[in-house]
Design a protein around this ligand. Sequence first.
Ligand SMILES: Cc1cc2nc3c(=O)[nH]c(=O)nc-3n(C[C@H](O)[C@H](O)[C@H](O)COP(=O)(O)OP(=O)(O)OC[C@H]3O[C@@H](n4cnc5c(N)ncnc54)[C@H](O)[C@@H]3O)c2cc1C
Length: 577
Amino acid sequence: MKQDNSRLKIAIIGGGPAAMFVYKNLIESGLDNPEIHIFESQKQLGVGMPYGLSGANSEHVTNVSANEIPDLVQPMSEWIHTVAKETLTQYDIDPERFNEYRVLPRLLFGEYLFEQFEALLKIGDQKGIKTKLHLDTTIIDIIDKPSIPEVLIETSIKKTIRFDRAIICMGHTWPLKNEGKINGYYDSPYPPAKLARSFNHPVALKGASLTAIDAIRTIARNNGRFVIEDNKVTKFVVDEHAPDFKLMLHSIDGLLPAIRFHLEDSHLSSDSLLTDEEITAHRNENDGFLSLDFIFEKDFKEPLAERDSALYDRIKDMSMEEFVDLVMNIRESIDPFELFKAEYVEAARSIRKQESVHWKELLSILSFAMNYPAKYFSAEDMGRLTKTLKPLISIVIAFVPQSSSEELIALHDAGKLSIIAVDRESTVEPADEGGATYTYKDVNGVERKDHYQTFIDCVGQQPVPFKKFPFRSMLKDGVISEATVRFRSSEAAEKMLEDGNKNVKKSGDEYSLVLPGVKINDNFQVIGKNGEVNERIYLMSVPYIGGYNPDYSGLDFCEEASGRIAENLFKEFKAAF
Ligand SMILES: Cc1cc2nc3c(=O)[nH]c(=O)nc-3n(C[C@H](O)[C@H](O)[C@H](O)COP(=O)(O)OP(=O)(O)OC[C@H]3O[C@@H](n4cnc5c(N)ncnc54)[C@H](O)[C@@H]3O)c2cc1C
């Protein structure tokens, strides 16, 4: 039941894009006059981490285009006409020739999100929804009181406020380990302003995907310039004062990410996907498990048959592993930059003709579709997903924007960007003299140790370990528990235990595998140590639920998850009014 007889009081912790979609869905949900409080550490709503100065400079772009943004109050193509001329000039955008199929400068996108949040607040107000903003306010603890029932939210100024429900949207986090202690060692490229300087030496980047590309865009501009002809980056010219500047990417097997192409469905959905009911029916027949092979067959292969019958015929009898092997072997057999250039041409053709690259689009759809029911995979299937399918998916769903691809190609052609293939066991040690030492086995299996004066960890957002959950009372009181999946076979679990895997746990006769992050149910409510669903607290911050949500798919995920939360709250409370 809700607290007293007053309005349903909801706290949203965080005021970034996820919080905005939560707010939007709450005010559209039909809930009767809730009172909503939004707590945001920063001074501005909507921008979150990637779309404000903590995550972007003017050179950074989104990896989604305007037509791929989930619906907000005003479409981007309309909003762009309201932006001040000086701002648009700064980003070289002519509103009359605005192309909604192109990606956007992230800081400009942040302004859009901020204004959309403001517009939503106005709509909330018109609907009589009481909304209280707490900007510049960090939440330091959340205390659950099931017996009352209520949730206490403690702010950084030690103020405690009571709520009926709390929705945690605290988003990205980039913990500092060595940065600040070791010269030339960066735990992440964020905020990017710190990289806007001259580097007259080779700079090592761990990772080769979008996070690395953010670093590349900043560093390249501060050590040279890109030549643009006919709206296309054609050349990189290094600064005279930085002749020894060079960027050294390190990635597993030396793979580069795939490039944005035209999506047939701009919101990565498909009518042919398994429905929630079909997944439930399948689980009922399979001891509660969702089979990875089943979802691969139904949400990838079968739709492929309709869209690309030639490829379907080639792979129809392949297992998931065989399909991944086929694609990875092709990728690994070609020089990464040659493949990158070929994919750039393929993507340009796809965009020009507005024709998808079907297998890539379907793999992205599969990844998004798996996100939600992944918690029902067996431990064995979760292992297969992590080891085999996810590495391919993460390459494909990077969607490297065209302008970034052109910059990478120009840098490579100028001899200023290389990629080094490292093995999975490679390590990076901070060096006392500054920078870091990369230890890895090269393609011939020979161990190498390379020291770099500057090292930037660009592996992207990592899941936060359960024990590092920031709201200590939730940990201490057992309000949250570790995400786990059950083993299908006890032999497999015992074998992993014998091999020293500390993430395998036994309870009674059942074995389970501990995943990164917190256990949640289908409605994003946390599950306590007692195994019970907590009715009051929802968690949709990707770094804390990574185990159950293997695809951090950005704005689409924000929209999908917040829709489910609002729907659940509406179902729960409509009876009360
Ligand atoms: C560099 C980068 C670029 C990205 N680009 C794209 C893209 O182009 N397209 C896409 O779809 N996705 C992209 N993503 C994915 C991204 O996850 C989402 O787009 C989106 O930012 C997620 O929003 P969020 O609100 O969950 O997290 P965040 O953006 O991190 O926002 C969380 C907010 O919560 C606040 N907060 C945190 N802790 C507290 C606290 N204790 N108290 C009060 N406030 C708190 C923070 O200040 C922040 O404003 C990108 C991610 C990164 C890291």
